[in-house]
Design a protein around this ligand. Structure first.
Ligand code: HEM
Length: 270
């Protein structure tokens, strides 16, 4: 058996080689993705599916891992009451809001994609997009409001309205507050459509993707569940994958648009 320093040296060499290999693979992947954007979409989609496998990054002390800030154990250690009923309601509203948000983004992307122009009834999809979007906002806001009744989070009216002020899990909770507020702004901007002009309004409306990214960060960081392999984690990753796919399809120029652009340039030169 190798001695301890030799074993440590060997493991450093192996780890170093592993990192070098990963850098080589990553650089070839990046250059391939630039050449083939559709392969990049698929790669990112698969990466998202495997994100739940990333282990939780909680600091472990010799006495065992510290309790998750805001958890029942944390409340117990601080001598603060913890309401399990409020937690269940918050969780239920959060999961409903997440599913509705994914559906809203998907329907929004369908409304804008040429492929679906003849496949779906535009008025029906538009109606569903609006109704489901509004419901997502209501459930998301109600989920946030429930934390007024869970003292361990120290969330009052001001901390509920101004992101990144709360003392417990400031960044993850702040992402939730900012994501919800951005989603509300994006939703309310419908009333300004005529005043802003369609194209300018559409640019602002696309902040919906940023709002979803913030909410996803919130969900991913605030609770360890989506970082382990379980049903909720797979659902959260699938939802994020669907939204990422919709976003990339909208952002990357389609072949028909590229052909159109080439035709226009060619026509201009002729
Ligand atoms: C004002 C905005 C928000 C605030 C203040 C907020 C706050 C919180 C807090 C403190 C937790 C931790 C709950 C716990 O571990 O006991 C949490 C969890 C969670 N939040 Fe939010 N959140 C907000 C918006 C949202 C939105 C818009 C969504 C989804 C669309 C969402 C989805 C979730 C999910 C899925 C969890 C995990 C629930 C669980 O498993 O217990 N949050 N949120």
């Amino acid at each position: 058996m190798p001695s301890w320093p030799r074993a440590a040296h060997l493991s450093f060499v192996v780890a170093g080689k592993g990192i070098l290999n990963m850098i080589t693979i990553a650089s070839s992947l990046v250059s391939n993705c630039v050449k083939r954007p559709r392969a990049a979409v698929l790669g990112l989609f698969l990466a998202l599916l495997f994100l739940p496998g990333i282990p939780a990054a909680h600091a472990a002390s010799p006495a065992g891992p510290a309790p998750i800030p805001g958890s029942p154990l944390d409340a117990h250690n601080h001598g603060v009451p913890y309401d399990t009923g409020v937690h269940q309601i918050a969780r239920l509203f959060a999961l409903i809001a997440y599913v509705l948000m994914v559906a809203t983004l998907l329907l929004g992307a369908i409304l804008r994609m040429r492929y679906f122009e003849r496949q779906v009834n535009r008025a029906t999809v538009y109606g569903a997009h609006m109704t489901i979007g509004l419901s997502a906002l209501i459930f998301g806001a109600l989920h946030g409001l429930t934390f007024l009744y869970q003292p361990i989070w120290h969330i009052g009216t001001v901390r509920l309205l101004v992101p990144f002020l709360g003392p417990v899990q400031r960044f993850p909770v702040g992402c939730g507050v900012l994501g919800t507020e951005l989603a509300i702004a994006v939703g309310c901007s419908v009333w300004l459509q005529r005043r802003l002009g369609y194209q300018r309004w559409l640019r602002f409306h696309q902040f919906a993707y940023l709002s979803f990214a913030l909410v996803w960060l919130h969900v991913f960081l605030v609770h360890p569940e989506p970082r382990h392999l379980n049903l909720v984690a797979v659902g959260v990753a699938l939802g994020a994958g669907v939204c990422l796919l919709a976003f990339l399809i909208r952002v990357l120029p389609s072949r028909s648009r590229l052909r159109q652009r080439a035709f226009r340039t060619g026509g201009g030169q002729a």
